[in-house]
Design a protein around this ligand. Structure first.
Ligand code: ADP
Ligand code: MG
Length: 181
């Protein structure tokens, strides 16, 4: 029987809701508590930096960019707390990997978009939220009316599910503004 208890924590919500900020807050506290911490992000997300996870308000932490979720297993051997940002971009293997790591007694803190730009569940997120002990769903501020925003609206014409961008391509919307014709 293992003596350490592992856990999976999911931080989700639309763009600009503070997911990365919250991930950084939890990870930095873990570092203060002298835990061995590693932070990963998918190769696809190089909007700000290849070497750091950076929030929209410019908070950051050193991170490792990976191509395939399997690399996390290899790189986490001596690590007790693992952070993963933009987890919605990973393949389905990431769920098994999070479970395996948590079952080894590690704390896994992940953040990602729960919905895509059409308001549909994003990739692996529903399954991961189901596996997690703790799910924190954050809201942004609706760029149209100032209400709580749970949706990410694409303000460009592309129909691809993955289209990297910032305030030039996306805005946060409340339900009413998101579905308004
Ligand atoms: P996420 O990872 O969810 O995209 P970040 O943690 O990177 O979000 O950034 C959150 C920050 O984004 C907020 O603290 C705020 O400074 C900024 N921000 C920009 N637009 C908005 C918005 N529409 N609603 C809330 N915060 C916003
Ligand atoms: Mg983020």
């Amino acid at each position: 029987m293992q003596n350490k208890k592992g856990v999976i924590e999911v931080i989700c919500g639309p763009m600009f809701s503070g997911k990365t900020e919250e991930l950084l807050r939890r990870l930095k506290r873990s570092i203060i508590a002298k835990n061995k911490v590693a932070v990963f992000k998918p190769k696809i997300d190089n909007r700000y930096s290849d070497e750091f996870v950076v929030s929209h308000n410019n908070n950051s932490i050193k991170s490792i960019t990976i191509n395939h979720s399997k690399e996390i297993l290899e790189l986490s051997k001596d690590i007790s707390i693992i952070g993963i940002d933009e987890i919605q971009f990973f393949d389905t293997d990431i769920i098994k990997i999070c479970i395996e790591l948590a079952n080894k007694g590690k704390r896994i803190i992940v953040s990602g978009l729960d919905k895509d730009f059409q308001g549909r569940p994003f990739g692996i997120m529903p399954n991961l939220m189901c596996e997690a002990e703790l799910v924190t769903k954050l809201t942004a501020i609706c760029n149209q009316c100032g209400d709580y925003a749970a949706f990410t609206k694409r303000i460009s014409d592309s129909k691809d599910q993955v289209l990297l961008g910032e305030t030039d391509i996306y805005e946060a919307n409340c339900r009413g503004c998101f579905y308004k014709k």
